[in-house]
Design a binder for this molecule. Structure first.
Ligand code: SF4
Length: 344
């Protein structure tokens, strides 16, 4: 049985033409039912004739990831634990903004990068998510917000479980289909791909102009990065920064650098100076995130005063830097805390 949400736009067109032997407009209709109207049953596609729906039902189905658990934080952040078709669990997080929500999406089950401050990294890598499993998170998120009469979903960040650029082929299919007007209608300008940074893959992303990257930097020197992100640091920091220099951007666009402040590890003023030397202030901006201490992990939360002093020092160097509110820490939905586990 073909799960229809596993077919990207091109594949759905091919399926309709070759397997169903139907004209192209039928693919458009089915696409709209799946992604814009969010039907869960083929029988709900009421502009297809009954015999056609029956034929389609004999060949295909619609299977969304299933919500296994919902947790809501005091700050309004919502974490959904989702069960996939093979029983694997992933998490997606809905983050309240002023008048809308932003959704943090997972791209892999577990992660191979093993960053030492990250819960997902501890799980190790299990598998890549499929097209339908990534897009399905958006369907579930949108539906959840609508059912609860909450603000609409407008922004996406590929910042959940996994390293998106290690699932690049599927990620590109997803990014390609996001803006489709009869589909999800989400602009990629409102989408951000968070990565530890692979120069060859960043080049592909940049060439296609389908998303802006957010680089998980977290250390201002190669030496420290190798300690806290040993696998990511296999790409030397100099090579990463050189690749970013040529990343195609429009005027006023900047690359975001994510910097997770870990107590007494990377939060000193000297390290702020080093960071300012590393990042080109005309092309980059810095998001500072104060780490939330997690039981069993070897890091502590930085002191508020130190976080503020770090931010100020970056501004003194002429850099744009903001302390990001760490959302959902009480439900373990903040950066580095995702760990799909029904026991937690
Ligand atoms: S921080 Fe990101 S890249 Fe590093 S282990 Fe966690 S999920 Fe993977």
């Amino acid at each position: 049985m073909q799960n229809l949400i596993e077919l990207n736009k091109n594949d759905l067109e091919a399926f309709v033409a070759e397997d169903l032997k139907l004209p192209r407009f039928r693919a458009e209709q089915i696409w709209q039912w799946l992604w814009q109207k969010r039907v869960r049953h083929i029988d709900g596609m009421t502009n297809l004739s009954k015999p056609l729906r029956e034929r389609l039902m004999s060949m295909a189905t619609i299977q969304w990831p299933e919500i296994a658990r919902v947790q809501q934080s005091k700050d309004g952040t919502i974490k959904l634990l989702l069960r996939l078709g093979d029983g694997k669990l992933i998490e997606t997080v809905l983050i309240p903004m002023q008048d809308r929500y932003s959704q943090c999406l997972s791209t892999q089950v577990g992660c191979a990068m093993a960053c030492t401050f990250c819960n997902t990294g501890l799980l190790g890598f299990e598998r890549n998510l499929s097209y339908g499993e990534i897009m399905g998170q958006i369907l579930v998120g949108r539906q959840y917000l609508e059912d609860q009469n909450m603000n609409p979903l407008k922004n996406l960040v590929f910042m959940g479980m996994g390293e998106p650029l290690l699932n690049l082929e599927t990620l590109l299919k997803v990014l390609n289909d996001l803006p489709c007007e009869r589909g999800l209608s989400l602009s990629w300008r409102r989408s951000m791909v968070s990565t530890v940074g692979f120069p060859d893959k960043l080049k592909i992303l940049g060439k296609l102009e389908v998303a802006l990257p957010a680089i998980s930097l977290h250390a201002p020197t190669q030496e420290l990065r190798a300690k806290i992100m040993p696998k990511a640091a296999k790409v030397h920091l100099n090579d990463l920064m050189a690749a970013l220099k040529t990343y195609p951007m429009r005027p006023r666009e900047r690359i975001t650098f994510e910097y997770l402040l870990l107590k007494d590890v990377n939060d000193s003023l000297e390290q702020a100076d080093q960071l300012a030397r590393l990042v080109d202030r005309r092309k980059g901006k810095i998001n500072l995130i104060a780490y939330n201490a997690v039981e069993g992990m070897p890091y502590g939360a930085p002191e508020r005063g130190k976080v503020e002093a770090f931010e100020k020092r970056l501004w003194d160097h002429g850099l744009t830097a903001f302390i990001r509110r760490s959302m959902g820490s009480d439900i373990k939905a903040a950066c580095g805390q995702l760990k799909a586990d029904e026991q937690q």
